[in-house]
Each structure stands twice: as structure tokens, then as C-alpha cells.
Design a protein around this ligand. Structure first.
Ligand code: AOF
Ligand code: ZN
Length: 354
């Protein structure tokens, strides 16, 4: 006769609860979105918490506060957190220490904290007798904080490059007309994307030719609560009459062609993500510098022909030098095709020409 093994909790359900809580936090913030649930040995959630943005309690502290309000002790509970608990004294005290002092006996987390000061909370927990399980559903966990995670590990904002094109790869007809290649639904999604970045970036040509407002608007024309900062890159002057000057989150004009310098400056100002809208020269500069993290390309089902393409000079003259991408997402919206692509993790090894 064999004895039944005790039920093994694999923490996926609880971690997904933590993810759902994390998503209640602000997407565009200096800090990551983090969720936390406090769980009994039987896997029952007794308190929930999330981080409301820089300056507010961290998710673990929020959950412990909720627990205390219910009069329940934290002793022996498991904390399931979407990010490794921090170890540093920042705007708030170190969570790893707070969890130890509360008597938490196990911490399950998804993504490791990439911060230089804040990381190694897991080590602190282990040193203090807490059982630690890390990396649970880490791909899903990373998706929730992708912008912040890249900004923190690379020290520059996450860069999304966006364009709309015909199925034959043209962004405008030869006479310059480009309204509209994609559907109203696709254009509405672009405004959602704008509202989910810290800054919108365009080149001076785009600013001069299109006179864009660079705001994030709902389908009825109202402003989204979060407005990305407007950024123009290039040497030429922008006239005082340009729409951009009315931007609610302000506009910065960088008179340079060095996009890395621009990102460094925006990073110092706490901006964690940029949405680059063109034109072709500016996109080329970001691609050449290897500073693009994600491409959002929407293809309208039409053929346009001619010369106007999204990207021209990126230093690729032979296919062996092509920049390989992975498709991260692909869907149909308003009759258009939307592709989300990222630099390939493992570019294919192409056979050498004979
Ligand atoms: C956690 N739980 O809920 C969050 C964490 O300046 P502070 O004190 O707000 O610290 C910000 C840093 O703390 C942030 O960069 C990240 O490393 C970590 N965020 N950590 O344990 C949380 N939001
Ligand atoms: Zn913390």
C-alpha cells in the first residue's frame, strides 16, 4: 500500500491572481506594476495587494496591510508576488525585510528584479530562513512589465516603432497622400498605444509636413487620462504655430541626429518607454543604432506601389546582414493585419553563399 503524496501547489492560479492585481497599477510609471496575494498552506488567498505607482506602498506591503485589517496573522503564510521582492530602501522600506519581519514562511515570485539596488531580495529571504521559489510563469510576468524591465536593465526607455503600410509595403502614395491606409479600428488602437507610452517621438520632417498634435485620443476625440510627452528629433526649426506646442504633456525638441543621446536624456527624466512614429529617416536611425525593442506594423489591404516605404537606409546591403525579428503577436483588426515583432533572440544561421 502506498501513501498518497500531499497535494502539490504549483502556484499558477495564485500567480495569475497576482498578475491580475498587478494590471490594476499604472502602465506608464517610473515603477513597475506589481501584484501580491497572501496564501495559506492549502492555497487559499487571504489578502491581495498591488502597487499604485511611485511613492505608494509596494504590492507586498499593500497586501500585508489588508491582512492586518482583517485581523489575520501573516505567520506561516506564502506571499505570491509578480516581481521579486525588493531589498533596497527607496521611497519605501525593503519588502524582503518586511516579509521576514511579518513571519511569511515562503515567497513565490515570477520575474527577478533587474534593478542594481533593488535586486537580491530573494537572497535576503533565503538567508533569513524563508523558502523561495522564483521564475513562476516568468514570460507572462515579464509581459506585464516589459517597458519598465527593459528600461531598468538597459538604462534607456523601451522603444516601440510604429508604422502603417499597404500590403505592398508603402506608407504613402508617391504624391505624399497617406490618409488612410489602415482602418478606423487600427487607428483607434494606435491612440491606445500612444496612451501606454511615456513619450511619442517624431522627426522634424514629420512634424513639419503633417503638423501632428501627438496626443492620445479616444474615438470621440477626448484626451486619454495619460498623455505621452511629445518629442521631436532633428536640426530644423518647428514654427511657433505648430499644433505640437499645444500638447498637454509638453514638447521637447532635440536638435540632434543622435537618438541614443535623446533616449539617455528622456531616461534621466523618468521616461520608461517611447513610441516612435516616423518618418523613415528617424526610424532608420533607431534601427541602425540597434535601439528598437518592438515593431508595431499595421497593413491595410491595398496596393499602392511607388517609392514611399517605412524604412530606407539601415546599413543592410546584402541579405546576410538583414535584421531578423520574431513575431510576438499577429491579429486582424478592422480588416487590417497587425504584426508585433521584436529583434530575434536566435537569428537563423544562413548558409554561406558558395
Ligand atoms: C517590490 N514590490 O510592489 C514594487 C517593487 O522607490 P521605491 O521604494 O518605490 O522603489 C522602486 C523600486 O522597487 C522599483 O524600481 C523596483 O525595483 C521595485 N519595485 N518592488 O518589491 C513592488 N513596485
Ligand atoms: Zn518592495
Amino acid at each position: 500500500m502506498t501513501t498518497a503524496a500531499p497535494p502539490t501547489i504549483i502556484w499558477f492560479d495564485q500567480m495569475r491572481q497576482a498578475f491580475a492585481l498587478a494590471k490594476k497599477g499604472p502602465l506608464v510609471n517610473e515603477n513597475p506594476r506589481v501584484g501580491c496575494v497572501l496564501v495559506t498552506e492549502d492555497g487559499v488567498t487571504v489578502a491581495e495587494g498591488f502597487h499604485r505607482g511611485a511613492g505608494h506602498d509596494h504590492a507586498e506591503v499593500d497586501a500585508l496591510t489588508k491582512l492586518r485589517a482583517k485581523g489575520i496573522s501573516a505567520a506561516g503564510l506564502t506571499a505570491v508576488v509578480s516581481l521579486e521582492p525588493c531589498r533596497h530602501q527607496g521611497r519605501t522600506p525593503p519588502c524582503a525585510k518586511t516579509l521576514v519581519e511579518a513571519g511569511i514562511s515562503r515567497v513565490v515570485y515570477s520575474v527577478s528584479d533587474p534593478g542594481t539596488e533593488s535586486s537580491s531580495g530573494a537572497t535576503f529571504l533565503l538567508e533569513n530562513g524563508v523558502e523561495v521559489i522564483g521564475g513562476v510563469l516568468a514570460d507572462e510576468g515579464l509581459d506585464i512589465i516589459r517597458h519598465w524591465h527593459t528600461a531598468t536593465s538597459l538604462g534607456r526607455p523601451f522603444v516601440t516603432v510604429k508604422w502603417a503600410q499597404s500590403l505592398d509595403g508603402r506608407i504613402a502614395a508617391d504624391d505624399g497622400t497617406s490618409q488612410w491606409i489602415t482602418s478606423p479600428e487600427s487607428r483607434a488602437l494606435v491612440h491606445v498605444d500612444r496612451s501606454q507610452h511615456g513619450a511619442i517621438v517624431v522627426g522634424t520632417s514629420t512634424a513639419l509636413i503633417d503638423d501632428p498634435s501627438l496626443t492620445a485620443r479616444t474615438e470621440t476625440g477626448d484626451l486619454y487620462p495619460h498623455q505621452p510627452h511629445a518629442v521631436v528629433i532633428g536640426i530644423r526649426d518647428i514654427p511657433d504655430t505648430a499644433q505640437l506646442h499645444l500638447h498637454p504633456a509638453g514638447v521637447s525638441h532635440f536638435r540632434t541626429h543622435n537618438v541614443a543621446d535623446v533616449l539617455a536624456d528622456l531616461s534621466r527624466r523618468g521616461i520608461r518607454s517611447c513610441y516612435v512614429e516616423g518618418g523613415a529617416t528617424l526610424i532608420g536611425a533607431f534601427v541602425r543604432a540597434g535601439l528598437v525593442d518592438e515593431y508595431h506594423v499595421t497593413m491595410g489591404p491595398m496596393l499602392v506601389g511607388g517609392q514611399k516605404v517605412a524604412i530606407t537606409e539601415i546599413g543592410v546591403s546584402t541579405l546576410g546582414d538583414a535584421r531578423h525579428l520574431d513575431i510576438a503577436d499577429l491579429f486582424i483588426i478592422g480588416g487590417d493585419i497587425r504584426v508585433v515583432a521584436r529583434p530575434a533572440h536566435h537569428p537563423p544561421q544562413l548558409p554561406k553563399e558558395a
